[in-house]
Design a protein around this ligand. Structure first.
Ligand SMILES: [Zn+2]
Length: 219
C-alpha cells in the first residue's frame, strides 16, 4: 500500500470521528469509526476511549481482521470485532461507524425498531432500522447478530447498546449515523403527539435508488 493512501485513510477515520462527535452522536470515550484497507484483510480504527476533540492520525490504530495490532501506540477500540464482521460479509462496505446516540439508544433499550416513517430511510438506509438480538459487547457474537439484523440495509440498532451503520464512503457512513439518530428522534417524538403512520409500501419504489447509490449488501 502506498504511504500517501495510508495517510489519507487515517485522515478519513479522524474526519469521520470528529464529525460524529460534533453532531452529538457520541460522547468522549464512546463509539468507534473504521475504514477498510483496500485489498488487505486490515482496517484503520479509532482507539479505545476516543478523545474526539484532540484526535489526530497518530491515534488511529492499524489492525488485521484477526485483531493483531500493526501500529504502535494507542490500543484499538475493543468493539473492532463488530466492524470486522461487516467487512468480511460485505465487500462493498468501506466504512463502519458505531455510536451511542441518545434517541436511537433509547429505542434500542425498549427494543423498538424504527419503521419506515420518512422516504429518506429507504434511499439512504435501505428501509426500516431493525434491532439486533442482544450480544455481549466486545465479542464476535455481537457481529453475527448484527449481520443478521442488517439484512440488506445499512443501519441497525444494537439491543441495549446503540447504533451500527456501514457505507461505501466515510461521508455516507456519517450521513447514515446522523440519519438514524434523526429518525429515532422523529419516531419517538411522533408518539408524543399521536400515532406514527408507517409508509414502507409507498416508499419501497425508492429501493432502486438505494441499491444503485448507497447499498453495501451483496458481492
Ligand atoms: Zn458501543
Amino acid at each position: 500500500m502506498k504511504p500517501d493512501l495510508k495517510d489519507r485513510l487515517r485522515m478519513d477515520v479522524v474526519n469521520g470521528a470528529k464529525a460524529i462527535f460534533h453532531k452529538g452522536l457520541v460522547d468522549i470515550g464512546e463509539g468507534n469509526v473504521s475504514i477498510r484497507i483496500p485489498e488487505e484483510e486490515e482496517l484503520f480504527i479509532t482507539p479505545t476511549f476516543s478523545q474526539y476533540e484532540t484526535m489526530t492520525e497518530d491515534d488511529v490504530v492499524h489492525l488485521k481482521f484477526d485483531g493483531t495490532q500493526l501500529s504502535k501506540g494507542r490500543r484499538a477500540s475493543t468493539e473492532y470485532r463488530l466492524h470486522v464482521a461487516i467487512y468480511k460479509a460485505r465487500p462493498k462496505a468501506r466504512c463502519v461507524i458505531h455510536t451511542h446516540s441518545p434517541y436511537a439508544t433509547m429505542l434500542s433499550v425498549v427494543r423498538k425498531k424504527i419503521p419506515v416513517v420518512l422516504e429518506e430511510m429507504v434511499v439512504f438506509l435501505g428501509g426500516a432500522v431493525n434491532i439486533s438480538e442482544f450480544g455481549r459487547a466486545h465479542t464476535y457474537d455481537i457481529g453475527e447478530r448484527a449481520l443478521k439484523a442488517l439484512g440488506t440495509t445499512n443501519a441497525i440498532l444494537l439491543a441495549n447498546h446503540g447504533v451500527l451503520v456501514c457505507g461505501r464512503t466515510m461521508e455516507h457512513a456519517v450521513k447514515m449515523a446522523e440519519l438514524v439518530e434523526k429518525m429515532a428522534m422523529i419516531y419517538w417524538g411522533s408518539f408524543q403527539i399521536g400515532e406514527p403512520v408507517i409508509i414502507s409500501e409507498e416508499a419501497s419504489r425508492l429501493k432502486e435508488d438505494f441499491d444503485s447509490n448507497f447499498a453495501t449488501y451483496g458481492r
